[in-house]
Design a protein around this ligand. Sequence first.
Ligand SMILES: *Cc1c(COP(=O)(O)O)cnc(C)c1O
Length: 350
Amino acid sequence: MSYFRDNIEQASGYVPGFQPQHTEVVKLNTNENPFAPSPRALQILSEMSAEQLRRYPDPLGDSFRRIAASVHGLSVDHIMCCNGGDDLLVICFRSFCAEDRAVAYPVPTYSLYPAQARLQNCPIIKVPFDSEFNLPPKLTTTQAALTIVCNPNAPSATLIAPEEMASLADELQGILLIDEAYVDFAECDCVELVKRFDNVIILRSLSKGYSLAGIRFGYAMAQPELIAGLMKVKDSYNVDAPALAVATTALQDQDYFATQVKKVKALRQELTLSMRALDFTVGDSQTNFLLAQPQGCPARTLYQELIQRNIYVRYFDDPGLDDKLRISVGTAEQNEKLILAIKAILSSRG
Ligand SMILES: *Cc1c(COP(=O)(O)O)cnc(C)c1O
């Protein structure tokens, strides 16, 4: 007999991408931004006072909410601060899902969704994407309490148009959570839907676009009634004072943010062309990573050979993905090392 609830005992838990502890590696496996965060944000971090650490943080993070509201053209009560975007996922599962309240999402997608669903012990309705990662029409018929669409999607790096997402929101009875963790690198977003629909929640993260995976900060955007409900479920002090100060300053520094995103997009384009020149099948990415299918060498072998050369990319041993690699866009130097290593591996195989 286990001390744990049955569903916890049976769950295997979320498996994050490997975080090598030595720094002499080319790390392109967890979609971190290769560039430094805003210097102004770093400055604020170094100026944290004893008093700021002695006291509890602002429970709602109003300084951040004000900036986010002005950046997105919403009001403060449309915003909730979270301890990383993942915190919002946990809050949504706890808020909307239960044994008789299902979650639905298109697959393949972010593997944290099933991991959280198992902890909440809710039914999971997986609706397969077609080969071009279009929005599956069946998603409207699931009767799920919570429907999650990762947009742009991971690991496909594809984007669904906001108007299609609007039709989905309109047809669903339950909540539509749009996971926009990668939207900073996409050509458009779904923020407008927050004003039009009372069942839409948008997830944002500072881990990718703002180069702040280390501080754990994300936020929700939704209509005030939904935000008020989600606030009942969150931890009372879910964002700590250093994270709040750093995130607020980083979001304020929109000029720096825009410059960094532009750099990543340019590097993404270069890397895409280099991979295609090596006969990889690579779609146009709307994120800071590529999903790339090698020719003439199994993806798993290539993944393992790259590790031998201290280069880490992501391999998923799942149907539809096990012939591909997910590669984060790195600096020009990192991308070049990757390309050279792939060339060497492919040519050594003849
Ligand atoms: C990175 C990511 C998140 C949120 O990550 P945090 O680091 O917790 O902000 C959410 N969804 C997807 C698909 C992601 O890749």
